[in-house]
Write a protein that binds this ligand. Structure first.
Ligand code: ZN
Ligand code: ZN
Length: 172
């Protein structure tokens, strides 16, 4: 996804950027990819820096934390970042509170790619353990069977350690 600064004649400006013909890969165990994304931005300019603030709506393909099944989820999140030219980089990074909010571009180019930032933003708003369903049974830790599809004959009674204390209390 590219943010093209040559489109703007004056600031503040508003722009809606859509993901087109490009799959954003998640590069993460939880986030497989982003199917579609729309970023609605308000952009303010201050000297060589562009302050971009807005909303991101994305359809993310997540992986169930237990059975790895792919789950489609619509994510809505705020997205804020600052764009400045590569030349300003040295100055900016040293004074930046959080340099991760910065994107840089070469002054001879007028576009900056925001795909990575979009996937990071999606990742931050995704739960750490996405599940395909609340009671997903996951894989058997002994034989690897997907327990949502079939059961196996392994004895897994002691697998869930959260219940051990309770069982002790109740004298089981
Ligand atoms: Zn699952
Ligand atoms: Zn098993």
């Amino acid at each position: 996804m590219d943010l093209n600064f040559s489109k703007f004649e004056a600031f503040p400006a508003e722009i809606k950027i859509r993901q087109e013909n490009e799959e954003i890969s998640g590069n993460n165990d939880l986030l497989d990819s982003i199917n579609s994304a729309v970023v609605d931005l308000k952009i303010q300019q201050s000297e060589d820096e562009y302050f971009c603030q807005g909303k991101l709506t994305a359809t993310a393909i997540l992986c169930c934390a237990r059975c790895l099944k792919k789950i489609e989820k619509v994510i809505e999140s705020d997205i804020d970042f600052i764009v400045c030219s590569e030349i300003e980089r040295q100055k900016t990074v040293s004074k930046a509170v959080d340099s991760e909010d910065y994107l840089f571009f070469d002054k001879s180019l007028t576009t900056v790619n925001i795909s990575r930032l979009v996937s990071q933003t999606v990742l931050l708003s995704v739960s750490l353990k996405p599940l395909c369903k609340e009671d997903c049974k996951g894989f058997c830790s002994s034989c690897g069977t997907n327990l949502n599809e079939k059961s196996c004959s392994c004895n897994r009674k002691t697998v869930d350690s959260r219940w051990e204390g309770l069982n002790r209390l109740s004298g089981k």
